[in-house]
Design a protein around this ligand. Sequence first.
Ligand code: ATP
Ligand code: MG
Length: 389
Amino acid sequence: MKEVILVKLGEMVLKGQNKNAFETILIKNIRRRLQSLGEFKVEAAQSTIYITPMDDFCDIDEIEEKVGKIFGIVAYTRACIAEKELGKIQEAAAEYLENELLTAKTFKVESKRSDKKFAYSSPEISREVGGYLLSKFHHLKVDVHNPDVTVRVEVREKGAYIHPNPKEGAGGIPVGTGGKAAILISGGIDSPVAAYMLARRGVQLTAIHFASPPYTSERAHDKVVRLLDKVHDYAGRMKMYTVEFTKIQEQIRDNCPEELATVLMRRFMMKVAQRVAEMEECKALITGESLGQVASQTLHAIACTDAVVTMPVFRPLIGTDKAEIVKLARKIGTFDISIEPFEDCCTVFTPRHPRTKPTVHVLEAAERKLDVEGLINECLENLNYIWIE
Ligand code: ATP
Ligand code: MG
């Protein structure tokens, strides 16, 4: 039986004249995301996108799994295409939805006829298909208000599409419609979730990771790459920059008050990140900070961190609890990687008693002991990047 995937567009259908641009980007994203699974025809008609596999060997489960992670889609479903004859439609519905109908107690049929040449009206199609299914599945009852399964039949130009209840899509708006931003990514639980949340709002990501070899290892770096691989399932391809941060951390350790070390380090991170972001034409920075989570994430500390950059800094997790973040991390598949025990540059030189209410004045005084610009430039000269794709 010939199968296709039907995709319902999300919020973007509301966007007036931007709609076409959004739809074009979504179609491009779908094509790119499915590339590794074979050849597809992807086309839009009446707020629905049709994904038709061109090869017979395509695994429809794999396609569904990928489609379920593409932003801009509110719902999607597999469907079979039957010939436009009532008898064929009845048989196809019984065969194609056998598993769903066997496990359901109640059902209804909903039909739509956009091909007005088809001899039966929508109510007639529903009645005829419903009657046939009742004769085949004796345990079933019709429930028009709250059925376990809704059998949907759409008679269109090219055939009759038959499908079950649609699945919930990833929501959001298509990646690439909302500009670019740079995510500061650590190996922790929070920053991959923050990346996911901004990608969900249409933002294309560039990742920036700070490493401090030899204090941090190659395996810690590899962990971040694997985290971004998971984020990539939702966010699409992205560049990952690695900034070598060792010298800055050593200089802070050797020249500045210990209790200020973390916030000083974070101010450096933000400055370097902004410079990399500008190179990449990103319009904002993103972090995984959550208010009060640790000493460097108090209101005072965040104000001091923000003071060194001019770009907007998005902190999508700022008002969330750890438990909520963990739930999302599990959903997007990053949690198990995040909890692997590798060192992060943030944890290497952690002060014993970090200052929770630093002031810009005190931090600037500490920074005067350092060649701030020189250190930042050195980082930028030694940048490395790879593509996550
Ligand atoms: P967790 O809190 O689960 O350990 P985290 O990613 O939030 O993970 P924090 O130490 O809380 O780590 O750091 C706060 C934020 O600072 C991170 O969300 C991330 O955006 C940024 N950050 C921390 N360490 C790094 C790093 N090594 N490279 C890039 N960004 C980092
Ligand atoms: Mg954190």
